[in-house]
Design a protein around this ligand. Structure first.
Ligand code: MLT
Length: 257
């Protein structure tokens, strides 16, 4: 295996430092990256993920964007939407720009470094894999919990499903974290994605989310491949990244080649 072809899983964003990746897949399965895919599917023109809540409010006010996100799991005062994939998928946001602030996921997206940065979840796994598979050096960055300082089982489980899919048809070096993430989803169930969903349901963050009355979001996030959204970072600045769904653009690229 060429050492130029690898997959490295980072258990938290801080562990993603090191050799630059060609493609970074940022995962916050409960719930930010699942919500981003759902916002794209509902027709959002863009999602700007931001690190700071005051900046989020100001940017939404100045640009007329929909303001979405959470603090302690719930939409803060003045927000139009929570960080909820169920709410996002039912929201009237066609052609709107969305500003999203969350505790872990938007922070992880803002700190990711790679030529191509994409928001991944179980719901858009195959779409994201089809984009990432063409790259040699792939970083899978788990957003984690507590502001990205702690391990999150749900992100790790989904990372395992990504590692499994990315190893199909191509040998790559994988780091220890990728190896154990892969083992966590292999063998125990009918499919890698159902194993990942089971682990997600067992995670601490799933319990916290259910305790807030948001169990439907957990169920939503546990569905594999219900979305074709490809939320890719197209612009960035200090404390923010703008994501757009490039699935249409990819289709056009395929037609041209
Ligand atoms: C986050 O980005 O911090 C998470 O998605 C938290 C949540 O479940 O809202």
């Amino acid at each position: 295996v060429s050492s130029n072809s690898w997959i490295r899983v980072a258990l938290t964003p801080a562990q993603a430092d090191g050799d630059p990746a060609d493609c970074a897949i940022v995962i916050d399965a409960l719930r930010a990256t699942t919500t981003i895919a759902a916002l794209m599917d509902a027709g959002a023109r863009s999602v700007t993920a931001v690190m700071d809540i005051d900046f989020a409010r100001e940017r939404a006010r100045k640009t007329g964007a929909v303001l979405a996100g959470e603090v302690h799991g719930l939409a803060p005062d003045g927000f139009d939407l929570g960080n909820s994939p169920v709410e996002a998928s039912e929201a009237d946001i066609r052609s709107r720009d969305v500003v999203l602030f969350t505790t872990n996921g938007t922070r992880a997206l803002c700190s990711a470094r790679a030529a191509v940065i994409v928001a991944g979840s179980l719901t858009n796994l195959s779409a994201v894999v089809s984009l990432a598979a063409g790259h040699d050096r792939i970083a899978i960055v788990c957003a984690g919990n507590h502001g990205g300082t702690r391990f999150a089982l749900e992100d790790f489980a989904v990372a395992g499903a990504y590692v499994s899919a990315l190893l199909e048809g191509r040998e790559r070096d994988i780091n220890d974290e990728a190896s154990v993430a892969l083992r966590a989803v292999l063998g125990s169930e009918a499919s890698v994605t159902s194993a990942a969903a089971t682990l997600m349901r067992e995670s601490d963050h799933a319990s916290t989310t259910r305790a807030l009355g948001l169990g439907q979001d957990v169920d939503f996030a546990c569905q594999a491949d219900i979305s074709k959204a490809l939320p890719v970072v197209v612009a960035s600045g200090d404390g923010w990244v703008r994501l757009e769904d490039v699935q249409g653009a990819r289709g056009a690229m395929t037609l041209r080649s």
